[in-house]
Every structure is written in structure tokens, then in C-alpha cells.
Design a protein around this ligand. Structure first.
Ligand code: SAJ
Length: 407
């Protein structure tokens, strides 16, 4: 029998391909018929280093794609776990619906593994009751585990094989068995723990990174007031063997780091001052970028906002994902202040998602007097000469410090 991977997005697809490449029979399921058709025709729907080769390998190993749930010994759920902005809580509807669909087709003894990030307590609060409600005894009729993904967009394939993993299980026997399954492709340490600890450690990892970036962003603001080079200061501080400060930037985007800390704030509002403050600092960065744009416009007597061009719409370099992107937040802030007409360009974002979005880099450069680097795509680094004669606000520290404006 096969592994049925449910949800063929950024996490599910590479994971399914990796299992297939390593000799397992894999069926990938997604409710999006168009996506499934594309995959069947050998077309990928997102870019990632090494993904094409992995896809080709998995296709030759016989991976199948379908919109139907299949009979399998193991189900890996990598479905979206959106969060509700107002309540700062996770919305478990897709996981719950996927679990129910698995129960409709699975046989006794099947293993259900949740890979999607879920807020601590989700398994006990929502998933277990859903399974028990259907009359199943967990641990006998079906097994339930949480194996949170940890791979970073931009380096997913490498990290799938080389990052340590966590398996949350109700007992060591099933935990050990699933560790064996993941070790088919994961060469790093695989830790087996209980489900609650697996849920919590995943959210803690992303919260740690958010706080570290917030510290760097706060330092950037402090350094700005007295014209110090924050990058030089972080570089020197990081030479200390026990210091590792991340880089300041125009904000923290993506569906992970800017979301997961809210689960802790939502559940423990009286105990999360540091986490909440870090979130607020990172969320304030697009506003800081706007004030820097205004400084430059004032200094150069530029009054027309349409002379400003924002380079980068995705949430970080070399990806096309725009979820929680700092550029979109900046655009929203500008529009709230009635500053319309600012230009934007991103080589990776194929669809038109912003007004005044250029699809051609040369036109974008020619029509912008001030270029704001919001994302440090490799594309820009390769075309850096083309912005040499412009005023540049470099929020990603790509260019030499003395010749550009920084955060
Ligand atoms: N950023 C900075 N400064 C930095 C590093 C990042 O401002 O020094 C910004 C980025 O530009 C981006 C945001 O933070 O807007 C998040 O980017 P990221 O590259 O730090 O992380 P993600 O969201 O792409 O992936 C994270 C990873 N988590 C950790 O590194 C702890 C990844 O391993 C997880 O699998 C992923 O979240 C997830 O799915 O949870």
C-alpha cells in the first residue's frame, strides 16, 4: 500500500516527491483539479531550487496525482492552516476536513500524520475529538502523529534531506516506526516526542526567529537616529562566539514567522510581552520604510510619489510567495495616506497583484527616480548596474553602505 500525501502545496509536494524518489509508492491528493492536472502533465506550479529534477525523478518512479483520497497505510497532511487575524487563533478547518476525508477511506491501523503547522493544543482540542466522534479509538483503529515541517522556502530540497525533524507521537513504538519512514530521505537527527511538545517546539522555533529579527530591526532604528551603520555593528557583535543577531529588513513576511508567534500571544496574553513587542516591532518596519522614503523625497525636493519604485513584492528573496509581504503592507499604508501611483516590480511574481505593477524591469527602472529595494532577489544582484544612477533606498543591505540610503 501507498503513502497518500494530502495537500500538494509548498510543503506537501516536495515531501511527496522525496518519498517517491526514495522508492516508496506515493499518491498525491489535492482538491484543486487544475493543480492536479498540471502535475499530471508534468508542470510545476511554483519555483524552488532542485524541485524540477526531483519532480522528474518522482514521475519516473511512478508517483500519481489525484483529487481523491486513496487507500494507504500512511496519510501525510500538509494542508493550509490559516490564522484568524481578529482573534489571533488558528483556523483548523482544512485539517479537520482532511482528517474526516481520510477516515472515509482508510482501513484499520492507518497512520495519520499532520505536517501542517498547528498551534499548541490543536491536536487535543480539535483533531482527537473529531476522530473519536466517528467512533475510532486512536492508537488502535488509527494512529495520529504530528511531524511539523521545518524546511525554508528557497532551500527546501536541501533542508528536507538535511534538517533535523520532530515526530510527535502518543507512544515510542509508533513514533519510532514513523521515524524510520522519514529516515528514508532525512539524513539528520529525528527526535521523537509527545504531540504537544512537537506542536509547541515548532511554534517556538519561528517565534525565536521573529524575536531575533525584531532585535535587529530595533537596532536599525536606534542606529538611524545617530547615523550609525547597523550592519557594521551587527557584523562586529556577531564575531562574539555567543552572539548571533539576524539582519534588519523592511518587515517580516511569509505565512510562518509573521503568524506563528500570534498563536502564543492569543493563548497566553498575560505571559507574552516580549513576543507581542517583537511582533509589533517587525510589523512597524513598513512604516519605518515609508518615513525613510519621505526623508529622501524631502532631501531631493521630490514631491511626486509616482517617482518612487518598489523593487520586490514577494515576502523574501527568490520566492514568488507574497503572503504577508512587507511590500504589500507598505503599499496598503501608502494608500491609507492617499499616496497612490507608486510603482512596483518583482521578477518572480507573475500575476498582477498591485496597481502600477510593472512587468518589465527596464520600464520600471526608467520610470522610477527613487528605487526602494524591498527584496534582495538574485535578479537584482545580477542587474545592479542598471540602478547605479538612481537614488536607492536599500532596505536589504545589498549595496555599499556609503552610496545608498539604508533603513
Ligand atoms: N528576515 C529578516 N531578517 C533576517 C531573516 C529573515 O528580516 O535576518 C525576514 C525575511 O525577509 C522574511 C521573513 O523574515 O520576510 C521570514 O523569512 P525567513 O527566511 O526567516 O523564514 P520563512 O518564513 O521563509 O521560513 C521559516 C523557517 N523557520 C525558521 O527558520 C525558524 C523555516 O525553517 C520554517 O519551516 C518555516 O518558517 C515554516 O514553514 O514554518
Amino acid at each position: 500500500m501507498a503513502i497518500n500525501v494530502i495537500g500538494l502545496g509548498y510543503i506537501g509536494l516536495p515531501t511527496a516527491l522525496m518519498f517517491a524518489k526514495n522508492g516508496l509508492k506515493v499518491i498525491g491528493t489535492d482538491f484543486d483539479q487544475e493543480l492536479v492536472n498540471n502535475l499530471k502533465e508534468g508542470k510545476l506550479t511554483f519555483e524552488e531550487d532542485g524541485l524540477k529534477e526531483l519532480f522528474q525523478g518522482a514521475l519516473s518512479s511512478g508517483i500519481e496525482f489525484t483529487t481523491e483520497y486513496q487507500k494507504a497505510h500512511t496519510y501525510i497532511l500538509a494542508v493550509p492552516t490559516p490564522y484568524i487575524k481578529e482573534s489571533k487563533k488558528l483556523d483548523p478547518k482544512y485539517v479537520i476536513s482532511a482528517v474526516n476525508s481520510v477516515l472515509n477511506v482508510c482501513e484499520t491501523g492507518a497512520v495519520i500524520i499532520i505536517e501542517s503547522t498547528i498551534s499548541p493544543g490543536t491536536t487535543d482540542k480539535y483533531i482527537r475529538p473529531e476522530i473519536e466522534k466517528r467512533g475510532y479509538i486512536i492508537g488502535e483503529d488509527v494512529h495520529l502523529l504530528h511531524a511539523p515541517e521545518r524546511i525554508i522556502p528557497g532551500d527546501m530540497i536541501y533542508e528536507l534531506e538535511n534538517n533535523s525533524r520532530t515526530i510527535g507521537a502518543d507512544n515510542l513504538e509508533i513514533g519510532g516506526k514513523i521515524r524510520g519512514l522519514y529516515s528514508k530521505f532525512c539524513k539528520a537527527d529525528i527526535v521523537v516526542t509527545d504531540i504537544r511538545s512537537a506542536e509547541m517546539s515548532k511554534v517556538v522555533e519561528n517565534t525565536y526567529r521573529d524575536i531575533n529579527i525584531a532585535f535587529a530591526n530595533e537596532l536599525a532604528k536606534i542606529c538611524r537616529t545617530d547615523n550609525m551603520d547597523v550592519y557594521e555593528i551587527i557584523k562586529i557583535a556577531n564575531k562574539h562566539p555567543r552572539v548571533n543577531i539576524l539582519q534588519p529588513g523592511p518587515g517580516v513576511g511569509g505565512h510562518c514567522i509573521s503568524v506563528d508567534p500570534w498563536f502564543l500571544v492569543g493563548d497566553y496574553p498575560d505571559l507574552t510581552n516580549l513576543i507581542l513587542t517583537a511582533r509589533k516591532i517587525n510589523d512597524s518596519m513598513p512604516r519605518h520604510v515609508l518615513s525613510r522614503i519621505r526623508d529622501i523625497m524631502r532631501e531631493h525636493g521630490i514631491k511626486d510619489i509616482s517617482k518612487v519604485g518598489l523593487y520586490g513584492l514577494s515576502y523574501k528573496e527568490d520566492v514568488e510567495d507574497t503572503r504577508e509581504s512587507p511590500t504589500l503592507q507598505l503599499l496598503k499604508r501608502m494608500e491609507d495616506h492617499l499616496a497612490f501611483g507608486v510603482k512596483v516590480y518583482d521578477p518572480h511574481v507573475k500575476e498582477r497583484i498591485a496597481d502600477h505593477q510593472f512587468m518589465n524591469f527596464e520600464d520600471f527602472i526608467n520610470e522610477s527616480e527613487i528605487i526602494v529595494i524591498m527584496v534582495g532577489h538574485t535578479h537584482l544582484k545580477e542587474n545592479i548596474d542598471k540602478i547605479k544612477n538612481k537614488l536607492v533606498l536599500d532596505t536589504k543591505n545589498i549595496l555599499d553602505y556609503n552610496h545608498t540610503y539604508k533603513l
